[in-house]
Design a protein. Structure first.
Length: 324
């Protein structure tokens, strides 16, 4: 009986050992297969990384080229308009661009136009730039169309080529903010329309108080041009200062990922030298941009930043009664 037990036990041990060895061989084969898969994956990943690096380099070069072209196209000289002093500066972003601004006289030389625009990126920027250059270089704005009609013209030219909503993120792909104002030197009335938010206002020379310039219309995007219809107006006085900045100033972030925001913009405007001080509007503009760049703390600006400011000089003559 004992011998039979030993025999049974030996047979069981032999089967168990054989199964274990077979399982070890299976595991070794699986590990070898996984190592082969991993080696293939590493080669594919290396190839993908190489291709990605080339693509990033290509895109970076294209962004630099686009930024250079855009900076070249942004006006550097403006008409000499009696009774007004202007100061502007364009700071391109290495990440995303899209700003444009201009100051130009109308066919009626007693009127001039001011435009400042920003868009969702360099692709949208090139489209917006072509339309804005057409608008300011030809007769669409110069012939005296009201600001809302000019914005509708811009939107109608752009919209057919805009992308709509990204189905993955539910976000609008292409978007542009545009402010267009007309100043009549006879009455010092400024009429304006804006697509998207306006980051600007007036500092009154007589009181030092700030009045915001606002818009209730949305940005130019797919299907928006029929909604652009509001025209607002305000009157300027001697020593009043008007400031307009692009969305890139508001979007600038510090190391804590906090945006510059509208509150800091207003603080920088109110802290700037008052009308009549040394340096004039140039120092005022520099104070605004200095605070934006200080907030960023050396980080790349996520969007272009444009500042456009002007002041009504003391020696200005209103040539017609003001309409109240």
């Amino acid at each position: 009986m004992g011998l039979r037990l030993r025999g049974v036990g030996d047979h069981s041990d032999s089967d168990s050992g054989g199964n274990l060895k077979a399982r070890i061989r299976e595991l070794e084969a699986e590990v070898s297969a996984r190592e082969n898969d991993l080696a293939v994956f590493r080669r594919q990943l290396q190839a993908a990384n190489t291709a990605l690096e080339k693509l990033i380099s290509k895109v970076a070069d294209e962004v630099k080229t686009a930024a250079h072209i855009q900076k070249f196209l942004v006006p550097t000289e403006f008409p000499n308009i009696p009774g007004f002093e202007f100061s502007t500066k364009f700071v391109p972003s290495p990440i995303s661009g899209g700003d444009y601004f201009d100051i130009f006289e109308h066919e009626d030389r007693m009127k001039f136009g001011v435009v400042i625009a920003s868009s969702s990126g360099y692709g949208m920027s090139s489209l917006l730039l072509s339309v804005l250059l057409k608008m300011t270089g030809q007769n669409e704005a110069r012939r005296g169309l009201s600001p809302d009609k000019v914005l509708q013209f811009i939107a109608s030219e752009i919209e057919p080529r805009l992308s709509g909503i990204d189905s993955g993120t539910e976000k609008t792909i292409d978007r542009a903010n545009v402010f267009y104002g007309i100043i009549d030197r006879r009455t010092l009335e400024m009429t304006y329309s804006a697509a998207g938010p306006v980051y600007g206002g007036i500092v009154r020379g007589a009181t030092g108080k700030l009045e915001r310039i606002r818009s209730s219309d949305g940005p130019i995007e797919k299907g928006s041009h029929l909604k652009l219809g509001e025209v607002k107006s305000l009157f300027l006085e001697a020593r009043d200062r008007v400031f307009l900045v692009s969305a890139g100033a508001i979007a600038a972030k510090n190391k804590q990922d906090e945006t510059f925001g509208e509150d800091r913009l207003i603080q920088s405007v109110l802290a700037a030298p008052k009308p009549g001080s040394a340096g004039g509007v140039h120092e005022w503009r520099n104070e605004i941009l200095y605070r934006v760049e200080s907030h960023a703390g050396g980080r790349d600006l996520p969007q272009d930043v444009t500042a456009l400011v002007f002041e009504v000089k003391d020696r200005v003559m209103r040539l017609a009664p003001r309409r109240d």
